[in-house]
Design a protein around this ligand. Structure first.
Ligand code: FAD
Ligand code: NAP
Ligand code: SF4
Length: 686
């Protein structure tokens, strides 16, 4: 248990009175209203996985969260590939996790999520109410028989029984997202004509029976959370009165908390990407809260304590679930309680190191916190040999290196030629939908000061300067230079680099060709075709653009009318030389949102382009062997980057050793995830 709060901590906690009020469940009590939502990390299946999971969850328990929900665990083999819990031997393995969390703070509760992915199980044995293949499923599921359904219910109960045996404080049953239980609920995935299909009372029978069986298995003094789909985001999804009826039936069957979930995985609506406004969906939870008696949990894009406090204060929920924010900063809750909000490493909702990794079979971590899920292997321990270190370049790589090295006790001086820290993040933060990048810069600004890094901005560093100051180590984090394609007419006045385009240094015409359709090409297209408020900052704009109706809540939550996107006044061609689909290289879980937005704005995406020349007439190309002229006023070059190593090369020539990180080390396929990860690991060792 942590020490008693000091007067200043009590004052900070009182800034968030709702967040820090305990919740009494009768047989148990949660110390505050923040829970860490369920996330699959990949550690579940890793060698030494339980040991690593124990360290990962214990760090979050020490960080102040009230309750933790584990990543999903399968009750049987057809429920999904990966971590299963149904036997005493398996329960024994989980003990390391529950004991570590309770040892870290006996007041913190940890619940196991029971996950049955139904038709999304990725195994030919997968099961569902009907043999209908999901748009995103790998196999056509086997329609369950009456006996098969009874077995699934028994397996849920057995899994819960084993969770209790393993020392968990409760379980969460996921009844949403297009997984088994939700496919019984929704008419279009449940074509059965027996007592498990057809009328609504039949379709909700499985959900109710599972909850009843689990409650019977674990007795009354065990937390039982049901994750309910409050908005399926699917045409033909649940109507609001069905959501209400289900919630009430689940409560009657023995759940003592409901957690609202939004969106089936196959639904074409972003619900957690960075373009989604903070706390966008909580009003729906608020409506549900009015018709049930048990505490209700809300989630999605709640990433800072004030957002959580506002959600709770307006009565939208009894608890808030923060999942990815706990990857980004395990100490988030403690920092809020102690008035250290400026030190919170905020989740920017990029999905780059978490969900994108999950969906491509890689271990999860976090772009802004590479220690996430690496707690046993990456630690920033005090150094026994403090050094004077010069870091040149205050982009993500230089910032990460400096803060970690200084935390370990090194004396760090960080230089940048610019007047502010951030490097290319200062460009990224200007893209509509990427406003959260400001938070990362705020975090680094705070941590540089707190860790005592000497910051020297507006300082173009050269060899003589480094020689004169006699540092023990020099780290070169000078980033990149935009690539300039070797093309006749590339110096024509209508050609603009992405740097100048984003900084607004050059006028952009009405007809624009963007050369290069990587992450930056897409961001530039977003910037120059965007009008009005950013959807990430305005719920009305966001809901219009994605056809969501939060107010009337039609069946499934979607309006059924085409999303209303303001078409661009510019005519824009986004081009690449590859013949792959344009945007294929974007993030697995977010790329489709960017493609969809630009297509709705009328941006032309052209692949397989051979660039020939640029002149007064426009951009001359060859496509499929045929010459084609794009009569554009502006050509914006987003053709990738090369490392900026001028200073490094000069140091080498002068015989001064230096280390390279970030874009200066390798520009190809560089992103902030790699820059921060590489720099943090180097700083952990230096
Ligand atoms: P940089 O950020 O380029 O920083 C290098 C710094 O070194 C600069 O501040 C520069 O002024 C300084 N410098 C150079 N030479 C000297 C010198 N001699 N003396 C002093 N200072 C010097 N990545 C993602 O992961 N996700 C995204 O969503 C994303 N979006 C992006 C959007 C845009 C519009 C852009 C442009 C980039 C985006 N990126 C994104 C890429 C990401 O910003 C880069 O990968 C990252 O900034 C590279 O970090 P770095 O520290 O290596 O270099
Ligand atoms: P990129 O993703 O590598 O894209 C570069 C583009 O330039 C490609 O479309 C490439 O396509 C084209 N290209 C390369 N060489 C060329 C040449 N000689 N002539 C003409 N075209 C050329 O790089 P980026 O867009 O500059 O982004 C930099 C990094 O920032 C990326 O690694 C990216 O991950 C990161 N970033 C991420 C996001 C995000 O949302 N996650 C957003 C922005 C940036 P062809 O070769 O087919 O023409
Ligand atoms: Fe958040 Fe991005 Fe980290 Fe995932 S990788 S937790 S979305 S900051």
């Amino acid at each position: 248990m942590g020490p008693a709060a000091s007067p200043s901590q009590a004052a900070s906690a009182s800034r968030y009175p709702h967040v820090f009020s305990p919740l009494d469940l009768g047989f148990t009590r949660l110390k505050n209203r923040v829970l860490m939502g369920s996330m699959h990390t990949g550690l579940e299946e890793a060698e030494d996985g339980f040991h690593r999971l124990a360290a990962y969850y214990a760090e979050r328990a020490r960080g102040g969260v009230g309750m933790i929900i584990t990543g999903g665990v399968y009750p049987n083999r057809e429920a999904g590939r990966g971590s299963k819990l149904s036997t005493p031997a398996e329960a024994e393995q989980h003990r390391e996790v529950t004991e570590a969390v309770h040892a870290a703070d006996p007041e913190v509760k940890i619940c196991l999520q029971i996950l049955h992915t139904g038709p999304l199980a990725g195994t030919p044995d997968c099961v569902a109410p009907s043999a209908l293949k999901s748009r995103i499923g790998r196999y056509t599921p086997n329609a369950l028989t009456e006996e098969g359904i009874a077995q699934q219910i028994a397996d849920f109960a057995q899994c819960a029984r084993m969770a209790q045996k393993a020392g968990y404080d409760g379980v969460e049953i996921i009844g949403s997202a297009g997984y088994l239980i939700s496919t019984f609920l929704v008419q279009k995935t449940n074509l059965r004509t027996d007592r498990w299909g057809g009328p609504w009372e039949n379709r909700m029978r499985l959900a109710v029976e599972v909850v009843r069986a689990v409650r019977e298995a674990v007795g009354p003094d065990f937390i039982l959370i049901f994750r309910i789909s409050a908005m399926d985001m699917l045409e033909g999804g649940l109507a609001w009165d069905e959501v209400v009826g289900l919630a009430q039936a689940i409560e009657a069957a023995g759940a003592n908390m409901l957690s609202t979930h939004f969106c089936w995985h196959e639904a074409p609506v972003p619900t957690i990407a960075t373009m989604v406004p903070r706390a966008a969906f909580t009003s729906v939870t608020g409506r549900l809260r009015q018709v049930v008696g048990v505490p209700v949990i809300t989630s999605n894009r709640i990433n800072m304590p004030q957002v959580a406090e506002d959600v709770l204060a307006r009565g939208d929920a009894d608890l808030v679930s923060m999942a990815r924010p706990m990857l980004a900063d395990p100490e988030l809750v403690n920092k809020a309680r102690e008035g250290r909000e400026d030190e919170i490493n905020t989740c920017i909702a990029c999905n780059q190191a978490c969900l994108d990794h999950t969906f491509t079979g890689r271990a999860v971590s976090c772009l802004v916190n590479p220690r996430a899920c690496n707690e046993t292997t990456l630690n920033y321990l005090p150094t026994s040999q403090a050094k004077r270190i010069a870091v040149v370049g205050a982009g993500p790589a230089g910032l990460a290196f400096s803060t970690v090295a200084a935390q370990r006790g090194h004396q760090v001086t960080l230089f940048d030629a610019a007047s502010e820290i951030g490097g290319q993040f200062n460009l990224a933060k200007q893209i509509p939908g990427k406003e959260e990048f400001h938070e990362t810069l705020r975090y680094f600004r705070t941590m540089l000061a707190k860790r005592g890094v000497t910051l020297r901005l507006q300082t173009q560093v050269d060899v003589a300067m480094l020689q004169a100051e006699g540092f023990d180590e020099v780290v070169i984090a000078t980033g990149i230079m935009p690539r300039t394609p070797d093309l006749p007419g590339i110096d024509h006045p209508k050609v603009v680099s992405y740097l100048d385009a984003i900084r607004g240094r050059k006028a952009i015409g009405q007809r624009v060709a963007i050369l290069g359709a990587g992450g930056i090409g897409f961001d530039v297209a977003e910037l120059i075709t965007h009008t009005g408020a950013s959807g990430a900052l305005d719920l009305q704009v966001f809901s219009r653009e994605w056809g969501i109706d939060f107010q009337n809540h039609p069946r499934g939550g979607v309006t059924g009318v085409l999303p209303q996107v303001t078409p661009s006044e510019r005519e824009v061609w986004l081009m690449q030389r590859k013949t792959d689909a344009v945007g294929k290289s974007l993030g697995r879980t977010t790329g489709w949102t960017h493609r969809t937005v630009l297509q709705r704005r009328g941006v032309h995406m052209v692949a397989g382009v051979e660039y020939l020349k640029i002149d007064d007439a426009g951009l001359h190309t060859r496509i499929d062997g045929e010459p084609r002229l794009f009569p554009v006023d502006t050509v914006i070059v987003c053709a990738g980057q090369t490392p900026l190593r001028t200073l490094f090369d000069q140091l080498q020539a002068a015989g001064l050793p230096a280390r390279l990180v970030g874009g200066a080390y390798e520009a190809a396929e560089l992103d902030a995830k790699r820059a921060i990860d590489q720099a943090s690991r180097l700083a952990a060792e230096v």
